[in-house]
Ligand binder design. Sequence first.
Ligand SMILES: [Zn+2]
Length: 389
Amino acid sequence: MRKISANYIFPIHAKPIKNGMITLNDEGKITELSTCSETDKDVEFYDGIICPGFVNAHCHLELSHLKNAIPEHTGITGFIREISKQRNIVDAQQQIQTAAFYDNLMYLHGIVAVGDISNDVLTFELKKQSKIFYHTFAEAFSCNENETDKILKKNQDIVDYGKKLGISISPTLHASYSMCNGLFSKIKHRAEQSGILSYHNQETQAENEYFQNNSGKFLEFYNEFQTPDRPVHTGKTSIHRLLDNISKNVKILLVHNTFTSENDYDFAVSASQNITWTLCPKSNLYIENCLPPIEMFRRKNARIAIGTDSLSSNTSLSIINELFTISENFDNIELNELLTWATLNGAKALGIEAKFGTFEHGKTPGIVLIDNVDTDKMMLTQDSRSQTL
Ligand SMILES: [Zn+2]
């Protein structure tokens, strides 16, 4: 049994508790949430605040070896050019070793669960061994209809291999701009059947420009690479490609949403009942040097979750760094709300809220200490760090 206390406990399902205390049994299950009193014995007390383990709702662990490989502010088409050049810049063994290092670092810094995109099986063994729970999204993309059967088979093989290993895995689509019609509709169907999907949405204005006006950076990109089966521009914003005719109950993680308008939002929630708006602010600043319309999402009561994206477009896989970036730019958002995005909402997005996300009785959500918090203003500072207890 452990009794853990701090200046404040943020249970997430309830208001923060000053000098709160959580009691865990030997299996790490929460058995009690209370206020720490002088008569309590054998209490571990920490300076700072304590919250449940973080859920990193969007990551590509297999790209960890690309840290510092791609310059900032290339824009998305420049970024895609660089990724395809540099993806295998080191051999497979080194890619696995680097991924294992950052898996452990994520755990030490408080991350207990990850929604992780994979295009390959390289990281599967380490994800199976990890202290972190991973749901793997086996992702497919191609704008060449001649490749559709081959890519469908490869995607199925990746999913089957993951299932054989015993990891949590399902197929998913990459983005509106990166898939020809045949592949798009078939992978979409498979993802709907699995009940969950993750989708890179409106990461750049160029996506909307292409689909709405058949112009902009994606048109240039398709022309430059003589892309054979580019998506058909529809006159509508790019979010429509996924959500026109989507099965209503599938869990959808829309990732980035940097150029999602209020109209797009209203359309999306009329099309689907289970969307999590997954924001990766540091990656957006890295690639496009802009941030998603967080005030609009808050006004709409959107379910917001937090992801780090990959180290090809970020300097760390740290949820606390993402939260600090948000609070630096939107200083009116209360810490309890930010922590809800980083814990419970990510858990709901991945369908793992029975175990993770809050300090409710019977859960094993992991325990995170955040230090150097300004507890008068109840705000993160640039020195705030998180660690697993
Ligand atoms: Zn991504």
